[in-house]
Design a protein around this ligand. Sequence first.
Ligand code: KG4
Ligand code: ZN
Length: 378
Amino acid sequence: MADHRDEPLVLGIETSCDETGVGIVHGTTLLADAVASSVDEHARFGGVVPEVASRAHLEAMVATIERALTDAGVKARDLDGIAVTAGPGLAGALLVGVTAAKAYAYALGKPLYGVNHLASHICVDQLEHGRLPEPTMALLVSGGHSSLLLSSDITSDVRPLGATIDDAAGEAFDKIARVLQLGFPGGPVIDRLAREGDPEAIAFPRGLTGPRDAAYDFSFSGLKTAVARWIEAKRAAGEEIPVRDVAASFQEAVVDVLTRKAVRACKDEGVDHLMIGGGVAANSRLRALAEERCERAGIRLRVPRPGLCTDNGAMVAALGAEMVARNRAASDWQLSADSSLPVTETHVPGDAHLHPHPHSHAHSHDHVHETAKDNLYS
Ligand code: KG4
Ligand code: ZN
């Protein structure tokens, strides 16, 4: 059999929120990225409804896997591994992906890799810009997370430097969009309206930017309240709401803080690469301001294209392929969905890696396959 170690062919499944994503990669090359979203089903609730998301994943799963295989022109039996988001995310939604991944891995006799959703958001950039420099600073901004992470090896070492102490950046976009009655999700529509507004029209607060505040933590709930109050006051006075200016000024307050702290973290840690990932990285103003500030600070910026920033299966496949390439231990059949999987746990190795087979190398590629096979027949 050919040695696939450098360019493993891996299928990745992502179901942590409302996107059923199935991606296939060959090393750092993207072959397929099939996504079925249930976002429209949640729109009338103004947020993702976990039960609705879980059911939608169940209904979309097999068709999305088949579409990815067809798009990639790949036979399932040729895969070197199956990766799946083990967490963090919505428990019921994650469970659908983990169960599907186990079923396919078991039936095909392939190693299974339960991986971390946040590390996947970082690793996806390899599909666009090649291998991640080590170390890489990552600003992860999505509907569920806002974190500054420092990684020296995306398969094993992700160190959190700071995170939001209340709302996530994307959550703030979604909440402000709700106040402005712009629908859900809020990020894309605010991004679009803000282009026609004045970012300096209203001076909204920049959370946690005082000299005594935690340098790398974020807070968006004060901003959210300030924007809501400002709108309420206008409404109470019977004045029209300048929606575009509010959108632009709110967005500016968010991206100003995000980019300022990310650049500062790079400087403090002596890291000259910044990657930005997660759904909010699709924001056009965040991308532009980050570009400007990174250039001024001599930092190289890497941001995947918007389609790879929002949740997708390719990012899971990308991290799975890296796990195979670096001989990380596969997961075992006890793998379960962990809604609060810590960011430091880049993947969920099976127990077997603690008790390596006496005749195999603990971290050899063969062992990875053996682990899955042992489990398959045990
Ligand atoms: O990464 P993602 O798809 O799912 C999570 O893991 O949360 O991120 C979704 C979030 C939503 O809050 C959405 O409003 C936000 O990303 N988002 C944006 C943009 N596109 C999506 N926020 C700001 N500007 C955008 N263009
Ligand atoms: Zn995400």
